[in-house]
Design a protein around this ligand. Sequence first.
Ligand code: KG4
Ligand code: ZN
Length: 350
Amino acid sequence: MVQKGMIILGIETSCDETAASLVSEEKKILSNVVSSQFKDHKPFGGVVPEIAARAHLDHIDFIVKKAFEEAQLTLDDIDGIAVAGGPGLIGGVIVGVMMAKGLALAKNLPFIPVNHLEAHALTLRLTNDISFPYLLLLISGGHCQFLIVEEVGTYIYLGGTLDDALGECLDKTARLLGYSSPGGPFLERLALKGNPEAFVFPRPLKGQEGCNFSFSGLKTAARKVIMENKGTTPSFQEDFSASFQEAIGEILKDRCQNAIEMALERKPDISTLAVSGGVAANRYFYECLTFCARNYEMTAVSPPLHLCTDNGAMIAWAGIERLKKNYVGSLSFAPRPRWPLEDLKLGKGD
Ligand code: KG4
Ligand code: ZN
């Protein structure tokens, strides 16, 4: 008889997406249901934690049920339940964790709390055939950091943002132009038609040692340009976006070059640059990073667009990687608003 690989349910509720997915050990995404709260938060210009928590509570039952229906499976067919246990907006994380604990308890299944950042870090092993160790640039709405992914549960922090995350900088800037969050995709679309030389922006930390980022100065410069030039020419928004993205692309290339050198010094066998998190969906930034990787004969990889942003499949896959190593959590796990990846205790879910 052919041995069937395990199947895990992944639940994600740490920000503004209620998501559930069933994934198999053979890297098959059997279902992947994502419900965005985009419309709930739109009137407020950003994610409101209390609204997010209530919306997760309203939708979670339906989303989990739908994930099973789409996969044509039941709770009796799965081998464990993984959930984003943090970091994130605590009200939402609590909703997902309670749901996962309840199901695990009722069906006597392993309960696997997953660090949301670890899930972004490991998604590349679900979508691409890459092996450890690899260099990861995690760029999302709340995080911006370079890490060496050494093994499941073992991450070496190389550098990260000293102030804002890149996604946050994009979202806040897009809001000044009148676009609601997430603003990154709007800027990317506008930039396609703009002149990247129309405006000059600073490139904070460019040319300096290490691979930290700083985006607050760039954000302030962008605000100034918008205030001074808004509505002056019909193509202002396009030209602004193209110039703004060009500055960020240059920053990414400069920081990435240093990160690659730092990573190779520690682990000379690294040959992959993985780019993950919502901002990795930006094709221009990804091209800049690919260019940089090629200079070091490294391959750049990023998940397909729908797996760059938050989803349940990445949680389920991280659950599979953890369960394979027997890194299971206990039902006393406490949801975590903060949970730095480099603090992950190897082998322990809580
Ligand atoms: O990973 P994610 O879905 O949520 C967090 O964990 O933060 O990332 C969301 C971020 C937002 O800041 C959004 O503007 C950005 O990803 N984003 C993009 C694009 N698509 C999403 N940024 C630039 N270009 C895009 N195409
Ligand atoms: Zn995320």
